[in-house]
Each structure stands twice: as structure tokens, then as C-alpha cells.
Design a protein around this ligand. Sequence first.
Ligand SMILES: [Zn+2]
Ligand SMILES: [Zn+2]
Length: 165
Amino acid sequence: MDATIQDEIHYCAVHPDRDTGLRCNRCDRYMCVECAKRTPVGYTCRECVRGHEDRFYQGTLLDYALVAAVSAGGGALTIFAALLLGGFLILGFILAPAIGGAAAQIALQLTGRRRGRQSAYVSVGALLIGGLAAGYLLTGTVGIFTLLYLALACSAAFARFKMSI
Ligand SMILES: [Zn+2]
Ligand SMILES: [Zn+2]
């Protein structure tokens, strides 16, 4: 880089009215103090900070498929266990959130830190579908308790995902 370029006045890439000497340490664009984010390795622009976060949260299609499969299995297991218990409603109310939470935990471990932003919703949706399908296949109908147990399992799974972010 030659001296004439360094002597020029540069402006923030986002705010063209603000001159600045600060540059992003990732993409090299000029940025004003307001746009600069301090990181352990220097100043980074907002775009690059956001891009970094997006990469962190970006789940692959396979991750979502894993989350969906494990959660659907958890949903089916919830209903299966609830039916086995028959009249023991209290046990069902304890078991449903336990299984939902466990399914979410397994899904989180399988996908590691690559989980996507949508993982929690994928998990809850798959739990519902798996549970409803199991309930319908086993009893020929969708009962109020099936829905109740699934609601418990879903909220447990959702909470588990939210806790991990
Ligand atoms: Zn940048
Ligand atoms: Zn700016």
C-alpha cells in the first residue's frame, strides 16, 4: 500500500458522512467508531460480527433431520409409555416432560454446537407429529390426554433447546 492512499480521507461504509481511519480486521472495510465492535483480536464491523454468529448457529440439513428423527421418536415413546401406564395419569405427567427433555438432550448432543436457530421448532414439530402418529396408530383416535402429554413433552423439549443457546 503506498503513502498516497493512506493519506486519503476514508469514510465509514455504512455512514458515508463520517470520516474514519478504522478498518474492519476481517473484511477491511472502513468503519466509524459506532460501527466498530471490539473483539479480542481487534475491531470488527457489525456485518462481520453478525456473519460470525450466523455461521455459529447455522445447522446443516443433516442436523435438522437428526433433530426431527430423535424428536419424533421421543414423541412416539411419550404416547407409547402413557398408554402402557393406562390409568396412572400422575406418572404420565411426570414421564411426558422427562421423555421430551431427554429427546431434546439427545438431539443436542448428536448435532453438537452446529445446531441451527430453528432446531427448537423442528424438535417441537417432530415431537408433535411423532406423538400424534403413535397415538393414532395405537388407539385409532387422538385423545385429549395424547394432546396433554405431548404439550408437556414439547414444552420440556423447547425449554431444553432454549437453555442451551
Ligand atoms: Zn467487516
Ligand atoms: Zn458507521
